[in-house]
Design a protein around this ligand. Structure first.
Ligand code: SAH
Ligand code: SF4
Ligand code: F3S
Length: 455
């Protein structure tokens, strides 16, 4: 017997890498929805699987090939069940960087699509013919992408990402982003405000502005003049319902005076800033082409903290960059002690094909990197714990996001991006409510409502 005609198709998207990819995955789902694609939790029964990939470190990009192998098996099983064909698409930064190689190495892949071509997905999927990765990968025109991505966003919950800027002109010598995401480009103010109004209408209270170099934002405003990130944020904070703003990721050299001032003056801007420095050694910072020294970074942090004394910081660090000596690494530990981080991401240097650092002399042996990473992590964990301890007893505004596992427990978000577990609070979803922090959890905080709060 024939099975009944299927009215909807199943789409599974697996996302690797940074928040930009999370945002892009949501937008791909949005533009495919009108074609009848509904999201599926797993890939085994999906009609279309998109791997949204990351190229930043070797481990991240190698994952793609093992995942393709797994999907190929699932595709076989699905077809054997009479479940129809599974289309496999590779998106994201590996698609951009290695489009042709993917086509050669993994014939199971139907489609390779770079980050600036997502608006063409419906058309490409509809034409089941195989596309050559290089054709798509070659074009960098984010304006076409954002102009075309007008589909309504399908948000659930009170927090959302919003991409305002893409690409990077900094060319740190270790990094692939300038090659996978292209030159710096900013969305016009009007288009961002429109998207934010749509989010607010759907109950979003907290928006995180995204860009590879988000504080270099310079999109045109209504008068055709370049805006700054600070000006954009003041306009966003004026939107009814948008109560909290964050932005990530920033480069120290693009922290303009008005952005620093906004940390003091703009109430909606959360007192938590991700400002990567990568290393504490001036010699290594130079070799990384970071274009700033250690002292300038420390002075910058002091200025931002003068504007916003309760500011907490997070950062990114690379250990084992080529030529990093014990002394250079000690300088990094020393910088971490000087600045004090509430949290940080730490990475072992991973040589990326085509980047200048990959061919530098004095590559650092793996065991040395392992040891340095452990020592750095131990220090960061210590600082993270110390920071969390300062919060116990404080009253923090918490944005309630989802129900907890037990009884009427609810989970919210602190100004510092920690999860806060609160009993008897499941009627407060989407609200920002003062909560007294009572204890520390593993990766979270526990809190209590100050008094019974009406829904
Ligand atoms: N645009 C952001 C993030 C880029 S990738 C920024 O400029 O901060 C996120 C982090 O990955 C970087 O900050 C860096 O710490 C790390 N990273 C990038 N390339 C790397 C490499 N080749 N090896 C190890 N870590 C790397
Ligand atoms: Fe990569 Fe440096 Fe650009 Fe960040 S600023 S994306 S680390 S090149
Ligand atoms: Fe990875 Fe691309 Fe983001 S390389 S970190 S997914 S910009």
């Amino acid at each position: 017997m024939n099975s009944p005609a299927r009215t909807s198709k199943k789409l599974h998207i697996k996302t690797y890498g940074c928040q930009m990819n999370v945002y892009d995955s949501e937008r791909m789902a949005d533009i495919l929805r009108p074609l009848g694609y509904e999201m599926a939790e797993t890939s085994d029964d999906a009609d279309l699987v998109v791997l949204n990939t990351c190229h930043i470190r070797e481990k991240a990009s190698e994952k793609v090939y093992s995942e393709i192998g797994r999907l190929k098996e699932q595709r076989g099983e699905k077809e054997a069940r009479g479940g129809g064909r599974m289309t496999i698409a590779i998106a994201g930064c590996v698609a951009q960087a290695e489009g042709q190689e993917i086509m050669n190495r993994a014939p199971a892949v139907d489609l390779v699509i770079g980050p600036q071509a997502y608006h063409q997905l419906p058309e490409l999927i509809a034409r089941t013919t195989r596309m050559k990765g290089e054709r798509l990968a070659a074009d960098f025109a984010p304006d076409a992408k954002f102009d075309a991505l007008t589909a309504e966003r399908n948000v659930t919950g009170p927090t959302a990402f919003l991409t305002v800027q893409e690409g990077c002109d900094k060319f740190c010598t270790f990094c692939v982003v300038p090659y996978t995401r292209g030159a710096e480009w900013s969305r016009p103010v009007a288009s961002i405000l429109e998207e934010a109004r749509g989010l607010a209408a759907k109950g979003v209270r907290e928006v995180t502005l995204l860009g590879q170099n988000v504080n270099a934002y310079n999109g045109v405003d209504a008068d055709g003049q370049p805006s700054t990130l600070a000006k954009l944020m003041y306009a966003l904070a004026d939107i009814e319902g948008i109560d909290r703003l964050r932005y990530t990721t920033s480069h120290p050299n693009d922290m303009g005076d008005d952005l620093i001032a906004a940390h003091g003056d703009l109430g909606a801007l959360m007192p938590y800033l991700h400002l990567p420095v990568q290393s504490g050694s001036d010699k290594i910072l130079r070799a990384m082409n970071r274009k700033h020294g250690r002292a300038a970074y420390v002075e910058l942090i002091q200025r931002i903290k003068a504007a916003r004394p309760d500011l907490a910081l997070s950062g990114d660090f690379i250990v084992g960059f080529p030529g990093e000596t014990d002394r250079d690494f000690e300088d990094t530990l020393d910088l971490v002690r000087t600045v004090g981080y509430a949290s940080a991401f730490t990475f072992k240097y991973s040589p990326r094909p085509g980047t200048p650092a990959a061919s530098m002399p004095n590559q650092v042996p793996e065991d040395v990197m392992d040891e340095r990473l452990q020592r750095l992590n131990a220090l960061i964990v210590e600082q993270q714990q110390a920071f969390k301890e300062t919060l116990v007893g404080q009253v923090l505004p918490v944005l309630f996001e989802k129900k907890g596992r037990y009884g009427r427990q609810a989970i919210g978000r602190s100004p510092y991006l920690q999860s806060v577990f609160v009993e008897d609070a499941d009627h407060l979803m989407g609200q920002i409510v003062p909560v007294r922090i009572t204890a520390l959890g593993n990766n979270s905080l526990q809190g209590a409502l100050l008094a019974p709060v009406e829904a």
